[in-house]
Design a protein around this ligand. Structure first.
Ligand code: AKG
Ligand code: FE2
Length: 320
């Protein structure tokens, strides 16, 4: 048994139906903004339901992901992201260390982004994807899901603008031609004899703007609660677990939380999850938002562009 899991608290995370953001009635949109404000300032994590993404598409993504990770090791190695100039493709087990000082993460992954020709790529992480051969349903499912989640993230950013008392369109430029990554993850069961601190995914905060996570029924995600106890983000069917990344904490001078989380797969089964990271336009400048500084308070973070910030975070967790 994973000893640190004893710290887990029974608190749950808020469930927010976000369908009201599509309403023509401004007060229904604002009501979602109000619910977001509470979740973003208290836990930094919530379950997003009524998001409009078809269940059939969600199931197809999980099925294709399971099929991909079941491929023989050499088929996966042929798509190693070390071969990609833009961090796309397969990431072997224990390749990333999300918690400084802990052993590498017990997960394997596959990275997908917006499809772009190498010669057209100008920013960090832009370029072509690598795709598995002989899996005809994989690419269409992933690209359809990528587009659907981009729309949900844009809509949520409008809700977050409302939650902060800003114009609903405040983040529209941030959302233009966004840097976004879809990451398929497979966590083998936690070994019976882990090294100290060894787990699926080390405790970390996310780098970007919003993360929308699809998880299977096995559970394992744990979120650091306001009282510093770990909360199980128990799977809620049909939901995405949404959390705020470091960029939103920078923007709001920590009024909104980029919360620590980790994965310990104690289910005894293989766990599959699919985070979608929305980080916004690479050239967008992140500086403290109007309304997030009390009189006499100074910004805690220097001004950076999205691209500068992401580059630094990749460097930190991959050691390159
Ligand atoms: O797999 C999960 O539940 C979480 C993954 C995660 O936190 C990440 O990839 O940043
Ligand atoms: Fe994360």
């Amino acid at each position: 048994m994973y000893s640190e899991a004893r710290e887990v608290s029974r608190d749950t995370l808020p469930v927010i139906p976000v369908g009201g953001l599509c309403s023509s009635n401004p007060s229904e949109r604002q009501a979602v903004g109000d619910a977001l404000r509470a979740a973003c300032s208290e836990t930094g994590f919530f379950y997003c339901v009524d998001h409009g993404v078809p269940q059939g598409l969600i199931e197809a993504v999980l099925a294709e992901s399971r099929a991909f990770f079941s491929l023989p090791a050499d088929a996966k190695a042929a798509l190693d992201k070390a071969r990609s100039p833009c961090n796309r493709g397969y990431e072997p087990l224990r390749n990333q260390t999300l918690e400084a000082g802990a052993p590498p993460d017990l997960k394997e992954g596959f990275y997908i982004g917006a499809e772009q020709r190498e010669e057209d790529a100008v920013h960090f992480n832009q370029g072509p994807n690598q795709w598995p051969r002989d899996m005809t349903g994989f690419r269409p499912a992933m690209m359809a899901y990528f587009s659907a989640l981009t729309i949900v993230a844009e809509r949520l950013m409008r809700g977050i603008a409302l939650s902060l008392g800003l114009e609903e369109s405040f983040f529209d430029l941030f959302c233009r031609d966004p840097q976004a990554t879809l990451r398929l993850l497979h966590y083998p069961p936690q070994p019976p004899d882990p090294q100290p601190g060894e787990k699926g995914c080390g405790a970390h905060t996310d780098f970007g703007g919003l993360t929308l996570l699809l998880q299977d029924e096995n559970g394992g995600l744990q979120v650091r609660g306001p009282d510093d106890a770990w909360i199980h983000a128990t799977p809620v069917p049909g939901s995405f677990v949404v959390n705020l990344g470091d960029m939103i904490a920078r923007w709001t001078n920590d009024r909104y939380r980029s919360t620590l989380h980790r994965v310990v797969n104690i289910s005894g089964k293989d766990r599959y999850s699919v985070p979608f990271f929305h980080s916004g336009n690479p050239d967008y400048v992140i500086s403290c938002l109007p309304g997030c500084l009390a009189p006499g308070e100074s910004p805690r973070y220097p001004v950076v562009t999205v691209q500068e910030h992401l580059r630094e975070m990749y460097q930190r967790t991959y050691g390159r």
